[in-house]
Write a protein that binds this ligand. Structure first.
Ligand code: ATP
Ligand code: MG
Length: 428
């Protein structure tokens, strides 16, 4: 019977033939986190709305249009987290991590929520991995976060990824650039050439006009000045060091003047990593530096840099590139009985096999032997154990090797050990 209640628009069930790929991605993240020295934090799925309005910024798409916000029964404004950086910084401040040796490197993963128009690679609930280095001023920390993400993708087997990078300067030099950009827009294409949203941005947040996706705005900003000429000495040398580091580690990098965040607490480095397989939703990763974010949410000055990457987009890219991730985990041994008289014996054998870390299954539907053999084949099992009158009487099990059809009888009490051995031989 088909249920009339469906998963809400923009959410999806990640079923067994896909979820194991997620586990694989998360395992790789865990390994890489260990090698780079990030510790994992598990953060709340909802936070006070204020954390995001102050920590992401009131004029961003995420805060303006995409948040799942509600008033809880205690009259608090609560928001389902749309990203992790603000929560990471909140957690750092709340637990006084400034007193620990710096930098503090944290990572986390889990579902995020954004009210967006769902399409391939864009959902309302999606998973992100998030890596942050807090308490480090050095451009080498920026480099290390990019290297962290690239190492994750490399170990996953992804290729052809391109890093787009820019600097958004600091509040000191960004002013000059903001003015230069406004002058360019006014004297060149004119405000009428911009979409309505960008006309609104002109005074409030002109840098955001650069990353508007509307063709008219893109055309109007085609020849806009880049921020590079306006950077102060510190921001310039920081930017150069990150780029020198990236070329030293052999990353494929392109400078992109359109990559902006345009809020005061985002500083210096901004980057994205693109994968062609994603089509219009081509960013697999977004990151950058946010030296003034901790202060924006009421804390002391804490420099920070990090990135977030969407697991759905990683999996789409893995599939698009045809990366072989190994086989989907499956049943290795299926236990078949000649009749339901041996059902308890079959369960006991399956129990023993599992205790020896063999993946084992058996029939609970009282099927005939032929139907059980069919089940066994359908499960993809490498071996079938058969328990019938003869086996029970002689304390043995018949084991059939499904790849060559060979069948032999082995003592019941050696079954688990033998099967572990045969599995190893098979996998060799
Ligand atoms: P986009 O420009 O695609 O909307 P974004 O700049 O909003 O991305 P970030 O906030 O930087 O994205 O989030 C980091 C990463 O999270 C993105 O690069 C992407 O992989 C993933 N991501 C963001 N929004 C979604 C979504 N709605 N569905 C699936 N993945 C997402
Ligand atoms: Mg977005």
């Amino acid at each position: 019977m088909e249920s009339t209640i469906k998963a809400p628009r923009g959410t999806r069930d990640v079923l067994g033939d896909e979820s194991w790929k997620w586990t694989h991605v998360l395992n790789v993240c865990r390994d890489v986190a260990g090698d780079f020295g990030y510790s994992e934090v598990l953060l709340p799925i909802f936070e006070h709305t204020e954390l995001f309005s102050r920590g992401i910024g009131d004029t961003t798409d995420v805060v303006e249009k995409e948040m799942y916000t509600f008033i809880d029964k205690g009259d608090r404004s609560i928001t389902l987290r749309p990203e992790l950086t603000a929560s990471m910084v909140r957690s750092y401040l709340e637990h006084d991590m400034k007193r620990a040796p710096q930098p503090v490197k944290l990572w986390s993963a889990g579902p995020m929520f954004r009210y967006e128009r769902p399409q391939k690679g864009r959902y309302r609930q999606f998973w992100q991995i998030d890596f942050e280095i807090l308490g480090a001023q050095s451009p080498m920390a920026d480099l290390e976060t990019i290297d962290t993400s690239m190492e994750i993708y490399r170990r996953l087997g992804l290729t052809n990824l391109q890093v787009l990078i820019n600097s958004v300067g600091c509040p000191n030099c960004r002013h000059a650039y903001r003015d230069a950009l406004k002058r360019f827009l006014e004297s060149g294409p004119g405000l009428d050439a911009l979409c309505e949203t960008c006309q609104g941005r002109f005074e409030r947040n002109p840098l955001r006009i650069l990353d508007c996706k509307k063709p008219a705005c893109r055309e109007a900003t085609e020849d806009a000045p880049a921020i590079w000429d306006s950077l102060c000495d510190e921001c310039r040398s920081h930017f150069e060091d990150v780029n020198r580091g990236l070329s030293r580690i052999g990353a494929d990098v392109k400078l992109d003047k359109r990559l902006v965040r345009g809020l005061d607490y985002y500083t210096k480095t901004a980057y994205e990593i693109l994968a062609g397989e994603l089509g219009a939703q081509n960013a697999v990763c977004g990151g950058g530096r946010y030296d003034n974010l901790a202060e924006a949410i009421g804390g002391p000055h804490v420099p920070g840099v990090g990135f977030a990457s969407g697991i759905e987009r990683i999996v789409i890219t893995l599939e698009g590139q045809g990366v072989f991730l190994g086989e989907k985990p499956k049943t290795e041994v299926y236990v078949v009985t000649a009749s339901s008289d041996f059902a308890i014996e079959a369960s006991a054998l399956a129990h023993e096999l599992r205790a020896s870390k063999l993946s084992a299954g058996t029939d609970y539907a009282g099927r005939g032997m032929k139907a059980q053999m069919k089940q066994a084949a359908a499960s993809g099992a490498d071996f079938v154990c058969i328990i019938g009158e003869d086996e029970a009487a002689s304390g043995t099990v018949s084991v059939k090797n499904m790849s060559n059809g060979e069948q032999r009888s082995i003592p019941r009490n050696e079954a688990a050990a033998k099967l572990v051995l045969w599995r190893e031989e098979r996998n060799r």
